[in-house]
Design a protein around this ligand. Sequence first.
Ligand SMILES: [Zn+2]
Ligand SMILES: [Zn+2]
Length: 170
Amino acid sequence: MTHLAAFYDNPDWTLARNVGIFFLAILWFATAFWTFKDARRRIEEPWFIALATLIGLVPPFLGPVIYLFFRPPEYLQDVLERDLEIKAMEERLAQLDQRCPVCRARVEPSYLVCPVCTTRLKQSCASCGQPLEALWQLCPYCAAVVPPVLPVLEDVSEPIRPTRSTRANE
Ligand SMILES: [Zn+2]
Ligand SMILES: [Zn+2]
């Protein structure tokens, strides 16, 4: 027993032990810091990032392993990019699937009026007759200037009723 006590009192052993503790502490903080960095890339909520960092600190070394089991599978950046991709795809699909604002019937981009409810959808070019978008200032098909005052919005909200006018003519 006295031999053992003498061994522990040995200054070399004390130094080796302190160096060992020092490196263990560095490793401990490094693993906790890794947990924090990884959590920040995967978790949006600051409270959960703090919790993950705490788990990364305590219990030492085991905490980051526990964190690995429960961390979100994806980086926030990847989730964001995928969401943007889905949104862009939906917009492309929406452009393919244009509908009448009044009766929701499917209409082609070239339609001037809705064939179902006769709502005016677009103005036609006075020069070439092509359908014009509401914001266009020049006709892209014949380069004719589109008259600036266009009652397009009123036309959209107020359906044209040819049946009534023909009936009035009779
Ligand atoms: Zn319609
Ligand atoms: Zn034109």
